[in-house]
Design a protein around this ligand. Structure first.
Ligand SMILES: Cc1cc2nc3c(=O)[nH]c(=O)nc-3n(C[C@H](O)[C@H](O)[C@H](O)COP(=O)(O)OP(=O)(O)OC[C@H]3O[C@@H](n4cnc5c(N)ncnc54)[C@H](O)[C@@H]3O)c2cc1C
Length: 238
């Protein structure tokens, strides 16, 4: 529910108050002009986290937006996310305005079944909004020795963020609409390669790219496809 009257969100806040945590922004870091990593500190021992868990932040009286937990250290009370600042929309402005010392109410993270330990290989696709998911996946992929590859479509100014985040096995594409082009997608080595056709594909980010990629993969690949559009042009929240 991205938008609702103030009283509705007030009721939700009251209902969730025993389960949520009050945290303080302990660090902010601009990975580029439009990508910001934000660290929160507080007691999160009662919260449960999994790969790709996301949090619904109340970003104004009447708006809530989803952000992925990119890193968590429950014992140390540290949680991080990576926000794409794409303009003056409520989520982007809220994340853009957060600075060290700000207090934020953190709702319980919501799980999503992106990770299946029994799957052998993983292809993880997304854009700036998926950087948190990639960071959340990386340790478990390495620990459990899955062959994996990240495919990211990023704006020119964000192209070196994958190496800043030490995302291994990562191919970065310029965000220019190619991932909406089924013919171009079909020619990608990862789609053509028999080796990768049994992979689990996790498709997130721009819903238009996700839809086109899914369609192409469904026609050729035998692996499982998990698609979760994170934003759609012209639509508020998702
Ligand atoms: C499960 C889940 C996890 C997510 N995790 C993250 C995360 O970790 N980091 C993150 O940055 N985002 C994440 N997102 C995406 C984020 O919630 C959306 O981008 C959201 O729309 C941002 O809210 P907003 O108020 O800034 O823009 P909105 O008010 O929702 O949108 C206004 C307009 O801006 C445009 N728009 C929205 N998002 C983008 C964008 N990223 N780039 C360009 N144009 C955009 C659309 O045209 C839209 O109509 C996640 C979404 C989901 C569903």
């Amino acid at each position: 529910m991205p938008s609702a009257p103030k009283w509705v969100f007030d009721v939700f806040d009251r209902l969730l108050s025993s389960k949520s945590s009050s945290m303080v922004v302990s660090k902010v870091e601009y990975l580029s002009n439009t990508v910001k990593r934000i660290q929160f500190k507080g007691n999160i021992k009662k919260l449960n986290f999994g790969v790709g868990s996301f949090i619904d932040f109340r970003v104004s009286d009447t708006e809530a937006r989803r952000y992925t937990v990119s890193y968590v250290n429950a014992a140390g009370g540290i949680l991080e996310l990576i926000a794409h600042l794409h303009g003056e929309a409520p989520g982007s402005s809220f994340m853009g305005n957060l600075s060290v010392g700000d207090k934020v109410n953190i709702n319980p993270p919501r799980p999503y079944k992106y990770y299946d330990p029994s799957a052998e290989r993983y292809i993880i696709f997304g854009d700036e909004t998926s950087l948190g998911l990639a960071c959340s996946f990386l340790p478990v992929l390495l620990k459990n020795r899955h062959p994996f590859h990240f495919y990211l479509e990023l704006a020119e100014e964000n192209k070196n963020i994958a190496s800043l985040l030490q995302l291994e096995n990562c191919t970065v594409f310029t965000k220019n609409g190619s991932f909406g082009n089924e013919k171009w997608l079909n020619d990608l080595p990862i789609v053509q390669s028999p080796e990768w056709q049994q992979s689990n594909f996790i498709l997130t980010g721009n819903a238009k790219s996700v839809r086109a990629f899914r369609k192409v993969l469904k026609a050729r690949n035998q692996g499982k496809i998990i698609s979760h559009g994170y934003w759609l042009e012209g639509k508020k929240g998702l």
